[in-house]
Design a binder for this molecule. Structure first.
Ligand code: PLP
Length: 355
């Protein structure tokens, strides 16, 4: 039976990425050696690293004011690296969920943190829209897509200070104006590659100005100056990332992927709204294109376990909701084909007929 992978992260990757990475693990670039056992400073891997960084720039239209680096430590490491490098006195943060509040916790180590708004009052089911960002903030931090709660910032806030963004779960899913950001970061395991590499896109002229000593490995300058080769990078995830980036380019680039993502999400949200057994958990205008959260309608609440088993038997993998939301979450990252979304919709329809 075909399996449809709706995991939130680590999550679905394109077959192109998986096959090419599997081949390189057996024989890398005709070297007769595995990708896992060659020098990261050999010309074959340096070419992979350079091409991957260049493709990030091409796909996201990264201006020459910014540099792309591959780092370790996951997006969670960026929660401290961002304030370490950019927070001089005060930073503003938007609290839209678990990841945002973890970022806020780290920032408080480094200075004054102004949480301009929070949607915690309603279990993060919406994106706050009315707030002001103090013009003397060093940056305004946003989480563009809230993986756990299924909300997404549709409009990037227009503020007078530079933005800093956690785009872990929606980078490459839609177009972005990089020039507005001092830093964008994203762990690989949602829309790019296996876990182990994190992308950061940083504004060069904003670096080295925090007014505090920054440990070498946590200083973005270390990595921009050494073209992401200061120490041994995670070679397998970077190789896999390159395959995904090539595949994105072949598909037509980010605006084409964005259209596909809008179409896929609409198919599932339409069914959630139509099907009498289910309802969405999020304010409709803030619904994520990447992570679709839904629960049983109140009068059918006792059917949750039964639907979970029914969907699993139909090949739907990874749709259990996060424990802080409950119900179901279907993640529709770039590599997810429309056919899998349609298969989930068919499963919801046929389940409804049995009730
Ligand atoms: C998954 C996720 C993280 C955490 O990523 P790690 O790589 O596990 O540290 C942070 N922010 C968002 C939005 C995420 O989806």
């Amino acid at each position: 039976m075909k399996k449809h992978n709706f995991y939130a992260g680590p999550s679905i990757l394109s077959q192109y990425t998986i096959k090419n990475t599997a081949e390189a693990i057996l024989d890398f670039a005709g070297t007769g050696l595995s990708l896992m056992e060659v020098s990261h400073r050999g010309k074959e891997f340096v070419a992979v690293n350079d091409e991957a960084r260049q493709l990030v720039k091409d796909l996201l239209d990264v201006p020459s004011t910014h540099e792309v680096v591959f780092l370790g430590g996951g997006a969670s490491m960026q929660f401290c690296m961002v304030p370490y490098n950019f927070l001089k006195k005060k930073a503003s943060y938007l609290d839209t969920g678990t990841w945002a509040s973890k970022a806020i916790k780290e920032a408080k180590i480094f200075g004054e943190v102004d949480v301009v708004a929070s949607s915690k009052d309603k279990n993060y089911t919406y994106i706050p829209k009315k707030y002001t960002v103090a013009p003397d903030s060093d940056y305004f931090h946003i989480t563009t897509n809230n993986t756990i709660y299924g909300t997404q910032l549709k409009e990037i806030p227009s503020v007078s200070v530079p933005l800093a963004a956690d785009m872990s779960s929606d980078i490459f899913s839609r177009t972005v104006d990089v020039s507005k950001y001092d830093v964008i970061y994203a762990g690989a395991q949602k829309n790019l590659a296996p876990a182990g590499v994190t992308i950061a896109i940083v504004r060069l002229e904003a670096l080295g100005k925090a007014g505090r000593p920054v440990p070498t490995m946590l200083n973005y300058l270390t990595h921009t100056e050494k073209e992401s080769m200061f120490n041994t990078p995670p070679v397998v995830p970077i190789f896999a990332a390159l395959q995904t980036l090539k595949w994105y380019k072949e598909m037509g680039g980010i605006s084409v992927l964005q259209k596909k993502n809008e179409e896929k999400a609409a198919v599932l949200y339409d069914e959630i709204d139509r099907n009498r057994l289910f309802r969405g958990t999020v304010a409709p205008e803030d619904r994520s294109l990447m992570n679709v959260c839904f629960v049983m309608n109140d009068e059918y609440a006792d059917l949750e376990a039964e639907f979970a088993a029914y969907a699993a038997a139909a090949g739907m993998i990874g749709i259990k909701g996060h424990r802080s939301v409950g119900g179901f979450r279907a993640s529709l990252y770039n590599a997810m084909p429309l056919e899998s979304v349609q298969a989930l919709v068919e499963t919801m329809k046929s389940f409804e007929k049995t009730k």
